[in-house]
Design a protein around this ligand. Structure first.
Ligand code: FPP
Length: 249
């Protein structure tokens, strides 16, 4: 198990994204309802956010609710929304104390009104913080985001604000809901599943992927440090050769 002292602070990823998975299975393992897993998942959210701030990560994005999650039983969706509202509300003073800025990506307008309002309130109350940006992906899916970006660009072409030949990576990225947020260098998924599940498909083009068997409520600070350490031992080549990378460094 890695400790904070094992981390090389000069080789940190600027942005870490996490697919928090396995709350339901964790609850089942403990003979409880699924929501018990989500409730305990909040403690891991707190712990990992603290760990990221402690080592000096600048952006942490958490996949908290996908577009597809709306298809879960109504009881679970309601309970998750309730948990989000109460957690966001409760955590604002701690976020401010630790200089953490809250942000959110996704189809936020599709959230229940109280959840949307609580979120906007917390985003505005933490907007001046500069240590770590915590991005919650809520009612988010990458395919939704990409289609939405295409529509925005088509609209600009239609209004003659840009021509088709102007469309490049920069314009495309500026219409994604992650505009202004650097791409994650590291993507972590818990619970043993090895898939991306419609998360940041454009943004993870060059991300390192890290999968762990641990269920999200069992994922603690040391597990996060393990993932960072694993990242630090990888060679990122971006299409170049190993020899070229060694000369550059
Ligand atoms: C995936 O586990 C987890 C979710 C869909 C929700 C994550 C939510 C939280 C950790 C709580 C609230 C978060 C914040 C940011 C306040 P799963 O239910 O898919 O687990 P399973 O695959 O074992 O069924």
């Amino acid at each position: 198990m890695a400790a904070i002292s094992d981390i090389d602070k000069t080789k940190l990823p600027n942005h870490v994204a996490i697919i928090m998975d396995g709350n339901g299975r964790w609850a089942k393992q403990h003979g409880k309802e699924r929501i018990f897993g989500h409730q305990n998942g909040v403690a891991s959210v707190r712990e990992v956010t603290e760990a990221a701030a402690e080592i000096g990560i600048n952006y942490l994005t958490l996949y908290a609710f996908s577009t597809e999650n709306w298809n879960r039983p109504k009881d679970e969706v309601d309970a998750l929304m309730g948990l989000l509202v109460s957690t966001i509300h409760k955590e604002v003073p701690t976020l401010n104390k630790n200089q953490i800025r809250l942000n959110a990506i996704g189809n936020l307008k599709s959230l229940p009104e109280n959840c949307y309002n609580e979120l906007m309130d917390a985003i505005s109350q933490t907007s001046k913080n500069t240590r770590l940006t915590l991005v919650l992906a809520l009612s988010y899916s990458s395919k939704w985001e990409i289609i939405d970006a295409v529509k925005q660009i088509a609209e600009k072409v239609k209004k003659n604000e840009i021509s088709i030949n102007d469309i490049d990576e920069k314009i495309f990225e500026s219409t994604l809901c992650t505009s202004g947020i650097p791409d994650p260098e590291l993507l972590i998924r818990t619970s043993g599943e090895q898939r991306i599940s419609n998360f940041l498909l454009w943004q993870i083009a060059y991300s390192e992927l890290y999968f762990t068997e641990k269920f999200w409520p069992d994922f603690h600070k040391e597990d996060f440090f393990d993932a960072i350490l694993d990242f630090q031992n990888r060679e990122r080549r971006f299409g170049k050769t190993s020899e070229q990378i060694k000369v550059e460094n």
